[in-house]
Design a protein around this ligand. Sequence first.
Ligand SMILES: Nc1ncnc2c1ncn2[C@@H]1O[C@H](COP(=O)(O)OP(=O)(O)OP(=O)(O)O)[C@@H](O)[C@H]1O
Ligand SMILES: [Mg+2]
Length: 253
Amino acid sequence: MLELKDLVFSVDEKDGENGGQKIEIIKGIDYSFEKGKFYAVTGPNGSGKTTLARLIMGINKETSGSIIFEGEDITGLSITERAKLGISYSFQHPARFKGITFRDLLAIAGETDDEEKLLSIVRRMGICPLSFLDKPVDSTLSGGEIKKIELATTIARNPKLAIYDEPDTGIDLWTIMPMVNLLKNEQEENGTTTIVVSHNKSFFEVADTILILNGGAIIYEGDMEGALPMLADFRICNFIPCERGEMDARCFR
Ligand SMILES: Nc1ncnc2c1ncn2[C@@H]1O[C@H](COP(=O)(O)OP(=O)(O)OP(=O)(O)O)[C@@H](O)[C@H]1O
Ligand SMILES: [Mg+2]
C-alpha cells in the first residue's frame, strides 16, 4: 500500500571538515508496507526515524527517489494532498496553538461537531472528556496531555495510513497499555495501516513487523525475537554502516 523506492534525503553540511558536502540522512530506502499491517519502527536517536516519517507525510522533501501510495505516485504531492488521500501523521513534538481548543482540533480532524462523536473519541484515549474538550491547545498543557490530544486528532481523521512518531513519550504508565491497545484495535477493526515509531517494547509485541533503522538505512525487518538481540547489541551505533568500514575503540567513547 506504501512503497518507498530508493528514497534519499540529504542535507548540506555547513561546518566542520566536510563543510559544503552532502550528508545523507536517509540513504536510499527501498521498502513496501503492506495494507492493514502494524509496523513498529525503532532505532537509535538520530537514526532517521522522524525524517522518514516526515518524508512519507510530505513535510520533508526527498532529495531523490519516489513514494507510491495505493498505486499512485505521491512524490510531488503536498501534505494536504497526502492527507486527503488518507495519510495522517502524529508529530513527535506536537504544535501548540493559541486560541484553539481541543474541541476545535477534533472537529476539524473528524469533520464533525457532533458532541457524542467527539466525546467518544476522547474517552477512547483515556482522557477525561468533560474536563479536556474545551481546554486550549496552548502552552498551558502538559507534555503528556498534548501527546494524547495529538493522538486523538490523528485517530479522529480515520486515516488509511496512520504514522505515530513516539506516541508514548511523556505518557503516564497507566495510559501506555490502553494506548497500545487502542492503536492495535484501530488497525484490526478499521484496517488502518499503522506505523509506530517507538522505543517501547509494548509496541513491538503487537507489531506484525519490526523495522530497525540505523544510520538512515533499514538494517532489520522481522519479528521481535530477531529484533531484541540486535537492539541489545552495543555495537549498533549511528555510524553503521560505517563509512570507514571498520570500528575501533574510538567508536565507543
Ligand atoms: N533538515 C535537517 N538538517 C540537518 N540535519 C538534519 C535535518 N533533519 C534531520 N537531521 C539530522 O538527521 C538525523 C536524524 O534525525 P531524526 O530526527 O530523523 O532522528 P530520529 O531517529 O527520529 O531520532 P530520535 O529517536 O531522537 O527522535 C539527526 O542527526 C538530525 O540532526
Ligand atoms: Mg524522532
